[in-house]
Design a binder for this molecule. Structure first.
Ligand SMILES: Cc1cc2nc3c(=O)[nH]c(=O)nc-3n(C[C@H](O)[C@H](O)[C@H](O)COP(=O)(O)OP(=O)(O)OC[C@H]3O[C@@H](n4cnc5c(N)ncnc54)[C@H](O)[C@@H]3O)c2cc1C
Length: 455
């Protein structure tokens, strides 16, 4: 019976036109979660790559395992937590206590900067603490306190003060987003700039221990298989015949409820869930309106190239990931996967994943050189001990919350809703969000469809 069913489906996939009840575009965590939560409903999932997982993937090279840059798992939704812990990855999760550091002015401090300034040059600490007080309580901060901030720079200056902004926040975010903080919206600042109390700032400046609460103090990581074990576990619970990898969507015609693929096939659907990057969705949209096209053009993002390094010997500094705010170093962050879990590097070695942000193409070999030189010059490794070095680019990594973001995104989201397209995932919804959010938004999209059918 099973063999017969498989043959029928194989034949069907080669046909020009297929009908399905629910069509899911993209096989990252959001798409897989949507498929999982649709259960026995008639669904198909289309993934361009040869394997599912999207960004939650792990490559093994010469005994080193590299996620597509460090992926540390936080889950806050109780149902999702239980599902991951008990059903998808039972016995394969370790809880890791976060060691996040900052390397600034040749000194290592703990993350986040604003509540851990002890150890920085006294002049910097004084500038940051006094700046914080001035912004929040002094006359000098009054102007910004009395009106809404115009952009993320003003938001940060208003809440953190000039010292913390100029020493950490501005240079770090300029490297990460490739644009100055004045180009990012005040709304972005409100969502992503943590605002400590004066007590936290002063205690951190004096080196008094604090609880670090609210800053993701622990995270989960798979004991085996890297982060890819999560999408693998999910995919193993799906009907394989409905998951089509290596097939790329080339056109979406919402009016005809039809999607076309690069192999010439057409799929007609009743409901569509898209997890493709929102900008890409618009590019694939047949006959978009002028308003949709104009809004899509305004959606901007940055790419990230990660340089993966395998190094002989023990790590010289203890950390899971380290932030590099200063513009003298071209990368914004480096993770050390082998320090998160020893299984990620062969015995007697350790590893780094060094992240560079950019818009437009880059020369991978040059970034490899810059990563090794930068880390070596600052005592993180010895260049002669590097045994593996390669680079990988994520074309759409961080969406830019610039001044045009909110309106342009809303225009596209409204158009998708009118066209009956459900959106899910970090890039499908064009936002900054985590793996858990991808799983949750995939689940929501699926459950909404199921409940609309039941109504
Ligand atoms: C640098 C970086 C670090 C991160 N670190 C963390 C972390 O530590 N913890 C955490 O929780 N989250 C982290 N994230 C976020 C996390 O990676 C994402 O939230 C999550 O993986 C997004 O899943 P998704 O399914 O929404 O998107 P994706 O994983 O991007 O999946 C979309 C899928 O669509 C497919 N696709 C695209 N175009 C087409 C097409 N035309 N036809 C068919 N298929 C197509 C793609 O191949 C892809 O598989 C990080 C992200 C980045 C960029």
């Amino acid at each position: 019976m099973e063999a017969h069913r498989t043959r029928v489906l194989e034949r069907e996939t080669m046909m020009d036109t297929v009908n399905t009840d629910v069509l899911i575009l993209g096989g990252g965590l959001a798409g897989l979660s949507a498929a999982y939560h649709l259960g026995t409903c008639d669904w198909r999932l289309i993934e361009a790559e040869s394997t599912v997982g999207g960004l939650a993937r792990t490559d093994v090279v010469d005994g080193f395992s590299f996620d597509w840059t460090g992926h540390w798992f936080h889950a806050r939704d109780p149902q999702m937590r239980a599902r991951i812990e008990q059903e998808w990855l039972p016995g394969n999760l370790v809880t890791v206590e976060r060691r996040a550091i900052i390397y600034s002015q040749n000194v290592v401090t703990r993350f986040p900067y604003q509540i851990n300034m002890h150890g920085l040059p006294p002049e910097t600490v004084s500038q940051c603490v006094l700046g914080f007080m001035e912004a929040n309580f002094g006359e000098g901060g009054r102007a910004l306190r009395d009106r809404p901030p115009a952009n993320s720079a003003e938001f940060a200056l208003r809440h953190l003060g000039r010292g913390i902004c100029e020493r950490f926040l501005f240079p770090y975010n300029t490297k990460l987003f490739t644009v100055p903080p004045e180009e990012l919206s005040a709304e972005w600042g409100g969502r992503f700039v943590p605002r400590p109390s004066l007590t936290q700032v002063v205690r951190g400046a004096l080196g008094l221990e604090d609880d670090g609460a609210g800053y993701n103090a622990t995270f989960w990581y798979p004991r085996e298989g890297g982060i890819e074990s999560l999408p693998r576990a999910l995919a193993s619970r799906l009907n394989k015949n409905c998951v089509h990898t290596g097939r790329r969507v080339t056109a979406i015609d919402p009016a005809r409820r039809e999607v076309r693929l690069d192999d010439g096939a057409s799929i007609h659907y009743r409901s569509l869930i898209s997890t493709l990057p929102l900008k890409r969705l618009c590019e694939l949209w047949s006959a978009p309106t002028d308003a949709l096209r104009a809004a899509a053009e305004k959606l901007r993002s940055v790419s990230v190239t990660t340089v993966e390094l395998g190094v002989r010997g023990s790590p010289k500094r203890s950390f899971h990931w380290c932030y590099f705010p200063e513009s003298t170093l071209p990368f914004y962050r480096a993770g050390s996967p082998s320090q998160v879990h020893t299984s990620l590097a062969p015995q007697g070695t350790h590893s780094f994943a060094v992240e560079f942000s950019h818009r437009g193409p880059v020369d991978g070999a040059s970034l490899v050189r810059q990563a090794i030189e930068g880390l070596a010059a600052n005592g993180f490794l010895e260049a002669k001990e590097v045994v593996l070095a390669r680079s990988r680019t994520i074309p759409t990594a961080y969406v830019l919350f610039d001044q045009a973001y909110a309106e342009a995104r809303k225009t596209v989201l409204d158009a998708a809703a009118r066209a009956g397209i459900a959106l899910a995932g970090r890039y499908g919804l064009w936002e900054y969000s985590s793996m858990e959010d991808a799983l949750l938004t995939g689940r929501t999209a699926a459950l909404n469809i199921l409940s609309s059918r039941a109504a």
